[in-house]
Structure formats: structure tokens, C-alpha cells
Design a binder for this molecule. Structure first.
Ligand SMILES: [Zn+2]
Length: 263
């Protein structure tokens, strides 16, 4: 398990009062421990933990914290490997507008937005629903957006061994919006590419294996990666332009490789 700690799931609650069956799983010991600390925090900020509205707040916050960090219990590579299939398709697979909710590790405040993820298979595809699940597995931890972008890219590249991976994320950070510099409309864009999505076409061609990877086995770690780029700025669709640029870059690459327009 990557970067993982396993919580002891010892407490299940079934709730049908909301019109659907909801089963929440909590670590009872963890909730008691975290909740105790939040009781102290309430006192430290001058609140009365015994007033009516706050009586169960420490427990609620503890449960929320467990949910918001449940990605530590998940193995993103295993999620991908649970649905890998041999397939001849070798054009771009693009999953856009994946909702992202994460917590900044510096302030433990939320950041949220969208992820756009593309890969070009090299004999292996994964179930489409697995890509958003990988995003969640990494996002539901204490994170910085730059590392989150890289981790998603690396997981896809190392597991699927595709010809290339492109990850673009655009997120708003509450630690910038409701405290600190208080810029309400700023959005941070990060990107991380590998393989054919990089400009170094020659390198990409030489690094991509001529034979398809074995979908059922662990694969060699990738060696061709780009450090993430980060753009801070007002919401202006710049991430979309960045992502389109990568798509067009790939289109040009496809033209060079095949000599025909395949799009
Ligand atoms: Zn922060």
C-alpha cells in the first residue's frame, strides 16, 4: 500500500432515513481519539463544548476527518489492476471534468476542482470508472495539488505502461480564498505529462516498448516523466488551453508517426 496506514474499521452504521441505504464505516477508536482533540480545540478557541449545538460536534468532525482522509486506506494501483484488459485501441482515452475534493496539507483546508486525464494505451486499457477512483484514492489524503497531479500520473503510467499520460488539474484552494491572500477567484492549474505527450518525441518513441505490456503482471517503472508545471491565476480557462495544447501536440505526433491524419 502506497503511503498507507490501515485503519481498523470497527463500527458500521446503517441509515435509511434519507431515502436510500447509507452505510458509513468508521474506526470507533479513531473517532474517540480525534474527537477528544477537537473538544480541546473548541475550548482553546473560547467555545463551550457543552452548549447544545456543539455537544456532538467533536464526533461529527472526527467522522468527517476520517472520511476526508480515507484515501490512505486505498491502493490506487490495485484499483487500476482490478480492471485491466488487453485491447488494440491505441488512440487517446480522455476522461474530463472529474470532480476533485482534497485537503491542503499546510492548512488542512479543502481544495477542490476538476481533473482531466488522458492516456494512450499500449495494449492495455483500464475500466473508465477506475480513473476517477484513482483520483479519489490520492485526493482523499492530506495533499498539495502538485504532488496529487504527479501521483495520479505516475500511478497510471507505472500500472498501465501506456504510450503517454497527461494529467491537468484546476483547483480552488480555500486557504487562499478564505484566509491569507483572500483571492476569491484564483484557480491553480497543474499538469504532468509522460511519454508521447511530452515534446521530446524521439525520447518518447525510443522509450515506448514495441511489445504490448502484460496486463496481468506488474510492469517496469516508467523512466520518462516531466516535472509538473504550475500556473496560478484567475479562472480563465487556461487549463483547458494547456490541455488542448497537449492534445494538439499528440495530434502532431500522431501525424509524424503514422503519416496520416487519424483524427
Ligand atoms: Zn493551504
Amino acid at each position: 500500500m502506497a503511503n498507507g496506514k490501515v485503519k481498523n474499521k470497527s463500527y458500521k452504521r446503517k441509515d435509511v432515513s434519507e431515502g436510500y441505504e447509507r452505510i458509513d464505516t468508521f474506526d470507533a477508536k479513531g473517532i474517540a481519539r480525534i474527537g477528544g482533540h477537537y473538544t480541546d480545540i473548541l475550548k482553546a478557541i473560547g467555545e463551550d463544548p457543552n452548549r447544545e449545538g456543539l455537544k456532538r460536534t467533536p464526533e461529527r468532525v472526527a467522522k468527517a476527518m476520517q472520511f476526508l482522509t480515507h484515501g490512505y486506506d486505498l491502493d490506487p494501483a490495485a484499483i487500476l489492476k482490478s480492471a485491466m484488459f488487453k485491447e488494440d485501441y491505441s488512440q487517446m482515452v480522455l476522461v474530463k471534468d472529474i470532480e476533485v475534493y482534497s485537503m491542503c496539507e499546510h492548512h488542512m483546508l479543502p481544495f477542490f476542482g476538476k481533473a482531466h486525464i488522458a492516456y494512450i494505451p499500449n495494449g492495455c486499457i483500464t475500466g473508465l470508472s477506475k480513473i476517477p477512483r484513482v483520483v479519489d484514492a490520492f485526493a482523499r489524503r492530506l495533499q498539495v495539488q502538485e504532488r496529487l497531479t504527479n501521483e495520479i500520473r505516475d500511478c497510471l503510467h507505472d500500472t498501465l505502461k501506456p504510450l503517454g499520460v497527461a494529467v491537468v488539474m484546476e483547483c480552488a484552494h480555500l486557504c487562499m480564498q478564505m484566509r491569507g491572500i483572500q483571492k476569491q477567484n484564483s484557480v491553480t492549474t497543474t499538469s504532468a505529462f509522460t511519454g508521447i505527450f511530452l515534446d521530446d518525441l524521439a525520447h518518447a518513441k525510443s522509450s515506448s516498448s514495441s511489445s504490448a505490456p502484460n496486463c496481468t503482471r506488474d510492469m517496469e517503472p516508467n523512466t520518462l516523466q516531466q516535472q509538473p508545471t504550475t500556473i496560478y491565476g484567475p479562472e480563465s480557462g487556461s487549463s483547458t488551453r494547456t490541455f488542448l495544447a497537449s492534445v494538439f501536440s499528440y495530434m502532431a505526433t500522431a501525424l509524424v508517426i503514422s503519416g496520416v491524419m487519424a483524427w
